[in-house]
Design a protein around this ligand. Structure first.
Ligand code: RTP
Ligand code: MG
Length: 147
């Protein structure tokens, strides 16, 4: 089954949005298979956002994502990578549709509440950066047959 890496960023944790965000993915029908509240080291931040290292906002991005705890998660389900990106909304909250997480809760591109893997390759890479294999839990859910 497809898996993706999602993370409530420091602004989402500070604004007490962990429960709301987890709830949205649960209600949608996806399954949580790994989660932890953690601080991101500067090295992990630079590795995670490595694709942006030449961008002018890279320093601010690393400072922001290391500024407080994040809630890192792995979610599983059919087409979860693309569907989660749609549920998050566009990167810039001013363009994110109402009803999406960024559309409902964010104003600034630098503080946009949630991260989600943007492709199958990113998902594998990011899950591997944040979770050890034994931290992911595989289990059957009775409700899954209805989804
Ligand atoms: P993310 O990686 O955090 O899930 O966000 P994303 O895929 O929607 O956007 P991406 O292009 O990967 O950008 C990563 C994060 O960098 C910040 N950003 N700032 N100041 C700017 O113009 C700018 N552009 C991007 C955002 O916080 C974005 O989430
Ligand atoms: Mg991205």
């Amino acid at each position: 089954m497809e898996k993706t890496f999602l993370m409530v960023k420091p602004d989402g944790v500070q604004r007490a949005l962990i429960g709301e965000i987890v709830s949205r993915f649960e209600k949608k029908g996806f399954q949580l298979v790994g989660a932890k509240l953690m601080n991101i080291s500067e090295d992990l931040a630079k590795e995670h956002y490595g694709e942006h290292k030449e961008r002018p906002f890279f320093g601010e991005l690393v400072d922001f994502i290391t500024s407080g705890p994040v809630f890192a998660m792995v979610w599983e389900g059919k087409d979860v990578i693309l569907t989660a990106r749609n549920m998050m909304g566009k990167t810039n909250p001013s363009e994110a549709a109402p009803g999406s997480i960024r559309g409902d809760y964010a104003v600034q591109v630098s503080n946009n509440i949630i991260h989600g893997s943007d492709s199958a390759e990113s998902a594998v890479r990011e899950i591997g950066l944040f979770f050890k294999e034994e931290e992911l839990v595989s289990y059957d859910k009775a409700v899954a047959v209805w989804i």
